[in-house]
Ligand binder design. Structure first.
Ligand code: UDX
Length: 437
């Protein structure tokens, strides 16, 4: 099938590359000229495992092309996926202006039957608005369906080719059939579940899923606060909870909180939407407040150990919002660096992949090291903010020897407290009893 994908960001580019890998002909559209030129050369605008290989394969086979003109999609494609950004407005609502512009643009150019597929996370009832706009713009035979993505950065290719489920929100059999045809190779190889529902319900499945996962993280971070106050160990509490199949083990890792391009934005948007509809969304307000406190708790521990942060040298290990990605959006680590600099601390940061982009956005006072041990050299404390494997494999003895003061604040519970105690370190994990060396 001939497919168009609008927006060559994390979701769009992965979607385009995976569909072309599955044998479809794909046109990837973006307004960013530099990005399209880069992609035409097979180069990646961001780090995502296995993506470069699929993009190059698509270019070489001729099944994946990158364009700047909406007209090409309107002329050639039987299904067009909307993967443009829906960033938050200051009040937390999703900004849908890019989607609206696209609907006007496409609507005035389309003729013949086209399926428009919402993949970007959007508030419930956005599908109706898109359809209305397309018709106002002059589109003839067009249908809008919702097909939310559930891909995680760092494992986006695997999540797309072998998803847990495919959600199709559609108002007609014709549209559902076309989308099922498109996904046939994915369903065949992964045996995943398919849920077919109306557009609004599909839109809600996405928002509710992300809000629930964020709630799980904030729940365990709230338990971590109680553990710290009572001397209990959140890792064991989470393990004990997770053994109950109804609860499950995943997304119960306590620490410096969630970040990224989805959870913070989607939780805020879902809250704003519910409120607009007259619903009580206090649960999600609490989820966000707990998450905001999580970085503050790392900062408090540093302050508690070092008294004043002014003039203190702090090594920050990890800058991306999670391992396996260079994405810095809403990263707890970046918030910590900014807070430390604001309080007059000297920050030396290290991240295996995110430093080039961090250099562009952090204040010039932040400095960077070529390795975790170089960052720790002569520092008064180290804060671990992203659970990169490279940090997990560090020898705590080497870390202790590099530090000026043997203080580790572990925002991701990477290290073994007993080993820290044996080495005489002061080790402050999240929601676990501290080790005071
Ligand atoms: C998320 C959803 O998982 C995905 O389905 C959706 O499509 C997009 O948003 P992503 O943002 O890539 O994906 O990251 P994810 O792996 O879900 O982690 C999000 C954040 O939660 C990270 O900052 C991570 O460090 C944090 N996290 C995750 C925890 O703090 N504890 C956990 O137990 C799990």
């Amino acid at each position: 099938m001939r497919i168009g994908v609008v927006g060559m960001g994390n979701v769009g580019l992965v979607t385009a590359a995976c569909f072309s890998h599955l044998g479809h002909d794909v046109l990837g559209l973006d307004v960013d000229v530099e990005r399209i030129e880069l992609l035409r050369k097979g180069q990646m605008p961001f780090f995502e495992p296995h993506l470069e290989h699929l993009v190059r394969e698509g270019i070489d086979t001729g099944r994946l092309r990158f364009v700047l003109e909406t007209q090409a999609l309107a002329d050639e494609c039987e299904a067009i996926f909307i993967c443009v950004g829906t960033p938050p407005t200051p009040s937390g609502e999703a900004d849908l202006s890019q989607i609206e512009r696209l609907a006007w643009n496409l609507g005035s150019r389309m003729d013949g039957y086209t399926l428009l597929v919402e993949k970007s996370t959007v508030p419930v009832r956005t599908g109706d608005r898109i359809e209305k706009t397309l018709r106002l713009a002059g589109a003839g035979d067009v249908e809008v369906v919702s097909n939310p993505e559930f891909l995680r950065e760092g494992s986006a290719v695997g999540d797309t080719l072998s998803p847990d489920r495919i959600v199709i929100g559609s108002g007609s059999e014709r549209a559902t059939k076309r989308l099922l045809e498109l996904y046939d190779p994915v369903i065949e190889r992964s045996g995943c579940e398919v849920i077919i529902t109306d557009v609004g319900t599909a839109e809600l499945i996405k928002h509710a899923s992300n809000a629930f996962l964020a709630t799980k993280i904030s729940f365990i971070n709230s338990v971590a606060e109680v553990c710290e106050a009572s001397g209990a160990d959140v890792e064991t509490v989470a393990r004990g909870m997770g053994m109950d199949k109804r609860i499950g083990r995943s997304f119960l890792r306590a620490g410096a909180g969630y970040g990224g391009s989805c959870f913070p934005k989607d939780v805020a948007a879902f809250e704003a939407l519910g409120e607009e509809l007259g619903c009580d969304m206090s649960l999600l307000r609490a989820v966000q407040a707990i998450n905001d406190r999580a970085v503050g708790r790392v900062l408090d521990k540093l302050r508690d150990q070092l008294w004043h942060l002014k003039g203190k040298r702090v090594a920050v290990l990890g800058l991306s919002f999670k391992p396996g990605t260079s994405d810095l959006r809403e990263s707890p680590a970046m918030k910590l660096v900014v807070n430390l600099l604001d309080e007059g601390a000297e920050v030396v940061a290290y991240d295996p992949v995110a430093m080039p982009s961090a250099k562009e956005v952090l204040p010039p006072q932040a400095s960077f090291a070529a390795s975790p041990l170089e960052a720790a050299q002569g520092a008064h404390a180290v804060a671990v903010m992203t659970e990169w494997k490279e940090f997990e494999e560090l020898d705590l003895k080497d870390l202790r020897d590099a530090l000026d003061l043997p203080i580790i604040v572990d925002g991701r519970n990477l290290f073994d407290p007993r080993r820290a105690a044996d080495l005489g370190l002061t080790y402050l994990p999240a929601g676990r009893p501290p080790v005071i060396g």
